[in-house]
Design a protein around this ligand. Structure first.
Ligand SMILES: Nc1ncnc2c1ncn2[C@@H]1O[C@H](COP(=O)(O)OP(=O)(O)O)[C@@H](O)[C@H]1O
Ligand SMILES: [Mg+2]
Length: 399
């Protein structure tokens, strides 16, 4: 433990010096001041645990000095030294907040004991405060997590509800388009405008569906099938699937498949994550840039990373990107759900996801997955997957 820091304040140097020396020999860190005013100056720049204050001093006396110390500083205990015939001073001092008082002449043993007790009390209080702060922080975190959980449940509910009417709108607008396209309609007024209106309806439906499908993909039950998953094949297939979009933007995607073994996992969900990450990388990367997808064997699992030479993410946004509906993209382009959903999926598969990014240089999303999925039964039994995923996240906070 650190040395206890003591400030010894007494106007009589002949009394003060020898005590300071003897305390120092007992392993206290001792500082000295010759008056109450000096003591206050000292404390402004020095941190001290215990102040030992003579009560009778010219200028500021001990009791008044203590009052100022209590006013101006936190976390300091005061022990008063009173003359042998003035115990009332000591009693008054305790009323005003002194830890204790000793009457002169003092036994060094006694003083050292009191200083240690005062420092112990101080440390207990600091510990208590630290605990209270920690609890307050945890509570805040739990409130935030709960909010996310209920938001997740709520939004998947809404997504379910709007998916059906959306299908009807889409079908009806398709029918409109079909009818408008018929020869018998060739002469109707404002035909082209009607076509444009149908286009608008359809693209709005598509945009809304992208959102609902992202959300529903998060909880869809039929996707909970686990099988031997060949990560390399999955990566190749996804890269192939998104290759056209990348080529159109003059972005090269390279695959470095280092992992040999397969994993027992849910390929549909891993693919959904891969699509999300690759889409983000393509969006962030300027023409001429490149994206690298890499897999590697780990001791207990497998790692999968998607790195790009794109815009990067500002440090202060690194946690925000996992929040639902957080997006920096134009309304038609982003839903702000990709990373939220991906983190949920990876958490549920027993893995971890994190992002390293440098603004202006690029971003790397790193995933670690266990070789074998252990939560399968738990998930089958669990109706409310959103909660389950969020509880997992809660149990394994991201570093
Ligand atoms: N590879 C990346 N490079 C730069 N920014 C990224 C990258 N991936 C994600 N982001 C940031 O995180 C935000 C959230 O991503 P995501 O959850 O996938 O939603 P969306 O892509 O729909 O915006 C993005 O809008 C973007 O600002
Ligand atoms: Mg995205």
């Amino acid at each position: 433990m650190d040395k206890i820091r003591v400030l010894l304040v007494d106007d009589e140097a002949d009394f003060r010096r020898p005590i300071a020396k003897r305390l120092a020999r007992r392993d206290f860190e001792v500082h000295e001041a010759g008056s109450g005013e000096d003591a206050l100056d000292y404390l402004a720049s020095l941190s001290v645990d215990v102040v030992v204050l003579d009560v009778k001093m010219p200028g500021l006396n001990g009791i008044d000095t203590m009052a100022r110390i209590k006013e101006q500083f936190e976390g300091i205990e005061v022990i008063l030294l009173t003359g042998h015939s003035s115990t009332e001073d000591g009693v008054e001092g305790i009323k005003r907040g002194a830890f204790d008082y000793l009457t002169k002449p003092i036994a060094l043993e006694h003083l050292a004991g009191k200083i240690t007790q005062a420092a112990d009390k101080l440390h207990r209080e600091i510990e208590k405060q630290r605990e209270a702060n920690f609890r307050a922080k945890m509570e805040q975190q739990m409130i935030a997590t709960e909010r996310l959980a209920s938001l997740g449940t709520l939004s998947t509910g809404i997504a379910h509800e709007i998916d059906n009417p959306l299908a009807i709108i889409k079908e009806a607008s398709g029918y409109l388009r079909l009818v408008l396209g018929k020869d018998e309609m060739a002469g109707i007024p404002r035909r082209q405008e009607l076509f444009n209106a149908v286009d608008k309806i359809e693209s709005a439906v598509d945009r809304t569906r992208r959102i609902t499908h992202q959300l529903l993909g998060f909880v869809r039950k039929q996707e909970q099938s686990f099988m031997e998953t060949d990560l390399k094949a999955l990566v190749d297939e996804t890269v192939e699937f998104l290759g056209k979009q990348a080529r159109q933007n003059d972005i090269e995607i390279s695959v470095q498949a280092g992992a040999q073994g397969g994993i027992w996992s849910n390929p549909y969900e891993i693919r959904q994550v891969l699509v999300n990450l690759l889409t983000n990388a393509i969006h962030a990367t300027p023409p001429g840039g490149c994206i690298t997808v890499r897999t590697e064997d780990l001791d207990e699992g497998i790692s999968l990373s998607v790195a790009d030479t794109g815009s990067g993410i500002p440090k202060e946004n690194l946690e925000k990107v996992f929040e639902p509906f957080y997006t920096t993209k134009a309304p038609g382009e982003g839903t702000g759900l990709g990373l939220y959903v991906s983190r949920g999926i990876i958490g549920r598969l027993g893995g971890k996801i994190r992002i390293d990014s440098r603004l202006g240089y690029g971003t790397k999303v790193l995933i670690e997955l266990p070789r074998c999925q252990v939560f399968e039964d738990e998930i089958k039994d669990n109706e409310n997957i959103c909660y389950e995923i969020l509880n997992k996240i809660k149990g394994e906070p991201e570093s």
